[in-house]
Design a protein around this ligand. Structure first.
Ligand code: NAD
Length: 427
């Protein structure tokens, strides 16, 4: 039987390995292995058919030594407390590795918005905030969108918080619509940030993006904008993939002369599921789930969910693969990570690679606090600068210490967080 995947066990194992290399003292090590606090609660809603349904929700704050906790909220039927703990932990390392003054948190509700009306989703959003308002707020813990949550969900949540507190607090949550406290550039920030890292990695290899082919897993927010930016910089994106909720399995969509991202977005629903029949009409080949990883490309971007690149499919990667850019959080299992490391593929680890989203969220908070809004170019130029600086700091350390990129990113992040905890006198 396959081993049960536990994202939090994986996050702790990754941390333990680097804590050992860093020679971190036992007290700090034990402290940073666990979330500081977590809330478990229920969110009852009245369904459109009159019945009451009760959903389970969580908010986890892993660490807030460097600033308020920060991290998204997921709505997913398979959400678990351990996934939320892992994601909260990774947020701590993510904000630290790109050096923004925030900590790490995450939230989730076990529910399936694909099977809920707008009215029902609004009740979940408002019910979530009613439960977390005591622990979450602009100077304590700032949520954001994640898998299957969007700008509208964020606005309902902000509105509920403002109703409870009686003020205007746009900095309560990020990823809001533009015009109601949202930042220009937020939608594309994570995907673009992934590509800024890829561009810089290729520079270090003496290669150009325009000489490369890429294949991406997923076709949601991260994947769509990473694919768009890759194509804009001249790369050929030969494959994307998505979950098909009717067939209950994923498919890959292949086009060897390059997918047209706008065309695919036009035939996708808001959850990033591409219409298979329409894609076939447009000349796409539909292939099995793992086809995206088996392509003859230089760049692979897993940008769907955790636990996707495994010891079963990692050996299927072609020799041409030079870079894996982890758009998703925790997409690579430790067994697959070993295979990737042994093959000498350049890994851009998740909490560095996809830090564009939280960096832009931070810019959104800064704009909210100043009540002064930047242009899209200002946002994206600042984002590029932050991602590029963060990327090279990690790549330089990896070269200097001759360590894997994931370990180098952890070393920088853990050192910054541990230092903040020591300076505060926590451990
Ligand atoms: P999303 O919900 O917009 O899209 C997810 C995509 O993955 C959809 O196209 C879905 O069909 C596809 N998918 C789901 N299961 C799949 C499977 N088994 N095989 C292939 N495709 C599958 O989510 P998103 O916001 O793009 O987030 C994707 C990943 O990136 C998550 O791990 C998330 O935590 C991480 N992330 C997101 C952001 C952000 O700003 N959105 C920031 C940092 C990290």
């Amino acid at each position: 039987m396959a081993r049960q995947f536990n994202a939090f066990a994986m996050a702790q194992a990754q941390f333990d390995g680097v804590a050992e290399k860093l020679g971190l003292d036992p007290g700090t090590r034990e402290f940073l292995r666990w979330p500081r606090r977590e809330l478990h609660f229920t969110v009852p809603i009245k369904r459109d058919n009159g019945s009451v349904e009760v959903f389970h929700g969580f908010r986890v704050q892993h660490n807030d030594a460097r600033g308020p906790a920060k991290g998204g909220i997921r709505f997913h039927p398979d959400e678990t407390i351990d996934t939320v703990r892992a994601l909260a932990t990774w947020m701590t390392w993510k904000t630290a590795v790109v050096d923004i003054p925030l900590g790490g948190g995450k939230g989730g509700v076990i529910c399936d918005p694909r099977r809920m009306s707008e009215r029902e989703q609004e009740q979940v959003c408002r019910g979530f905030v009613a439960q977390v308002a005591r622990l979450v707020g602009p100077v304590q813990d700032v949520p954001a969108p994640d898998v299957m949550t969007n700008a509208q969900h964020m606005l309902w949540m902000m509105d509920e918080y403002e109703k409870i507190t009686g003020g205007r607090f746009p900095g309560f949550i990020t990823g809001k619509p533009v015009g109601v406290g949202g930042s220009l550039g937020r939608t594309e920030a994570t995907g673009f940030g992934v590509v800024y890292c890829i561009r810089e990695a290729l520079k270090r290899m003496g290669k150009k993006v325009s000489e490369c082919k890429a294949s991406l897993q997923g076709f949601g927010n991260v994947s769509q904008y990473a694919a768009k930016k890759l194509a804009e910089l001249g790369a050929t994106v030969v494959a994307v993939s998505c979950w098909d909720d009717t067939d209950k399995k994923p498919y890959s969509f292949l086009k060897m002369d390059g997918v047209n991202v706008d065309q695919l977005m036009a035939i996708s629903d808001k959850f990033g599921t591409i219409d298979k029949a329409k894609a076939v009409e447009l000349g796409y080949k539909i292939a099995e789930a793992d086809a995206w990883i088996e392509q003859d490309v230089e760049i692979l971007v897993p940008a769907a969910l955790e636990n996707q690149v495994t010891e079963a499919n990692a050996p299927k990667m072609k020799k041409s693969v030079k870079i894996i850019a982890e758009g998703a959080n925790g997409p690579t299992t430790p067994e697959a990570d070993k295979i990737i490391q042994e093959r000498g593929i350049f890994m851009i680890p998740d909490f560095l690679c996809n830090a564009g989203g939280v960096t832009c969220s931070y810019f959104e908070q800064v704009q909210n606090n100043a009540n002064f809004y930047w242009t899209r170019d200002e946002v994206l130029n600042r984002l590029d600068e932050k991602m590029t600086t963060g990327f090279h700091a990690v790549a330089d350390l990896a070269e200097k210490r001759k360590v894997y990129m994931r370990d180098a990113a952890y070393m920088i992040a853990i050192d910054r967080v541990a230092t903040a905890c020591h300076l505060r006198g926590w451990v």
